[in-house]
Design a protein around this ligand. Structure first.
Ligand code: GCU
Length: 364
């Protein structure tokens, strides 16, 4: 748990609570805590019903309008496909099951989502790999540079249950959280208020990172100063000068309007990132076999479409950010990779982690 003490208060608190849940074999439904707000409480996407947390305790297969927490806008591919998944699921189960997507972090920041799903306050959430890394260090492999060659290779590995099945079910007993599968985050690159061409240009720059040990280590390895911060705070962080830059894919850069306050987007291509759909294990287990099959099918359609949408939307995001004043620049990408490659040995320390890396490499 290297450098975990440097995480933000919220993330550290979530990690502590989850560790407690793990020790007590807890998790499960029945959480009564209200979802943390961020000031806004109005459900965005068709949120006319407000289901009670833990509504399916006892293995009922009657169904539920499941709440899904998301930190992206309604234009983001993840919102688009998950919203459609909700409709498809409702149709396929004669209205027994559906998904109500709450975008724009209206249910809180991503650092809180695992705990919310664990307690049953929400049923589903999209979390970035580093959030899962905070609970089970083996998830770090999905955030390391050079692990995935491109989006298609990444998706074929991350949907191959022979490779990832064990790690996806690893939080079920301890936290009552099942990882269902991935949505790509595409290629992550660096963007800043001042132009960056080599790692040396990052010296002294405060770069926002996701709240996890590997992202802190990454920016340190590049010579920058890592600043953990929730996704939804990055725009104002850049605007006020609390941070000098961040790293993310082009779709997030554009949809969050970060180009308005950090116009230099350097194509560092430091990694292909992954998000995951997580679900409360008790909710999942309460589905009848027929409804579970419908759920799995609509999810498969969702991630398949997401991967295609990702490619077209990336092109659109580039043009829209450019029209808004962004400059996309090629950099000394090899120098970035060289600085980051030692992280593989630093973070993959057990024979099991090395074996997982090996099977991922072989599968691509
Ligand atoms: C991407 C990713 C999110 C993540 C965000 C971040 O947008 O899809 O899940 O939260 O990066 O950098 O925090």
């Amino acid at each position: 748990m290297r450098k975990l003490n440097r995480l933000t208060g919220i993330a550290a608190a979530s990690v502590a609570a989850l560790a407690l849940a793990a020790c007590g074999g807890g998790g499960g439904n029945g959480g009564t805590t209200a979802p943390a707000g961020g000031g806004e409480t109005t459900p965005a996407a068709g949120g006319e019903t407000t289901p009670e947390a833990g509504g399916n305790e006892g293995g009922s297969s009657e169904g539920k309008d499941m709440r899904l927490a998301l930190n992206q806008t309604e234009t983001h591919p993840s919102y688009v496909v998950l919203n459609q998944m909700g409709e498809d699921l409702s149709e396929a189960t004669d209205g027994r099951w559906s998904v109500d997507v709450f975008p724009n972090s209206t249910l809180g920041d991503q650092g809180e989502y695992i705990q919310m799903v664990s307690s049953g306050v929400v049923d589903l959430a999209i979390v970035s790999a580093p959030q899962l890394e905070n609970i089970n260090g083996d998830f770090v492999i999905f955030s390391l540079p050079t692990v995935f060659t491109d989006i298609d290779a990444q998706m074929s590995v991350l949907t191959d249950m022979d490779i990832v099945g064990d790690i996806y079910s690893s939080l079920e007993e301890s936290n009552s959280v099942t990882v269902l599968g991935p949505l790509t985050q595409g290629e992550r690159n660096m963007y800043t208020k001042d132009r960056v061409e080599t790692p040396a240009d990052l010296a002294g720059m405060k770069i926002r990172v996701q709240e996890s040990p590997v992202f802190l280590a990454m920016i340190e390895a590049l010579g920058g100063s890592p600043t953990p911060m929730a996704y939804g705070e990055v725009y104002t962080g850049l605007q006020s000068g609390v941070i000098d830059g961040a790293e993310n894919n082009m779709i997030s850069y554009e949809s969050q309007k970060h180009y308005e306050v950090a116009p230099y987007y350097a194509l560092t291509r430091h990694l292909v990132g992954a998000d995951f759909l997580i679900v409360n294990t008790d909710t999942l287990n309460s589905m009848s076999a027929e409804d579970r099959a419908a759920f799995d099918e609509t999810w498969t359609t969702a991630w398949t479409e997401h991967t295609e949408l990702w490619k077209t939307n990336t092109e659109t995001a580039i043009s829209e950010a450019e029209a808004g004043g962004a400059t996309f620049t090629e950099v000394d990408a090899a120098a970035f990779q060289e600085a980051l490659t030692p992280l593989l040995d630093e973070f993959l320390t057990t024979p099991e982690q090395q074996a997982l890396l090996e099977s991922i490499k072989v599968a691509q």
